[in-house]
Design a protein around this ligand. Sequence first.
Ligand code: G3P
Ligand code: MG
Length: 239
Amino acid sequence: MSFDLPVVLGHRGARAVKTENTIEAFRYACQSNVRWVELDAMLSGDGVVMVFHDETLDRMAGIPGRVDEFSADRLQSLTLKTGAKIPTLAEVLDVLNEFRACVNIEIKPSRPDLARETAGQVWQVVRQAGFDDPDRLLFSSFAWDALEETMTLAPHIRRGVLVEDVSGDWRPAAKKLAAYSINYDADLLNPELIREIKDGGYRLLVYTVNDPNRAKDLRARGADAFFCDDPVAMTAAFS
Ligand code: G3P
Ligand code: MG
């Protein structure tokens, strides 16, 4: 196997089809031949790596509180509004291993001071799951110090610098991190930026794109890949 990123990555599994960041979503994506999925990795209060997007529980679980105030056991005992459960990263990697699928782990510290610890715990889980494979794994984060930590712990695993409107200047970070990719918000991109990123030698991964025409237009301008909520439909649009 070699590192071979497709045009379409399943965003939080396939969040338009199954509850985001759940076993169901990743199983569905894998069974639908989606080779690469993205997920969000966040620590529980007792330091277990969970797969969950928000820092708080209200949107998904309908209860107040922060993820980092709950133990992993408590988080796993919750039933999300859709009826699904919050998985650990280890559980998700087991499913992905079953299908030999590939993953972009977005390291999402629930607080800025947890960036390095989150990265360290993620790396431990990755190693225990036998996912220590540069061909099947890409790290990314809006918390660039988390990526710095992965660079120390696992320099052979590619790094994607995530950028959103409050991120600041990605250029020095990308250089320092020897980034493989710049993962940019579709709504913030413009033709000059696309050119600059590509001229800099980086891959350009764009989130979140669900309109095939928009994806095709961005692709024609140089974007390499897209995070898509319905990766099956988007893949069909590109074939
Ligand atoms: O990694 C791409 C995308 O997931 C970044 O934004 O908020 O959906 O995690 P978010
Ligand atoms: Mg994400």
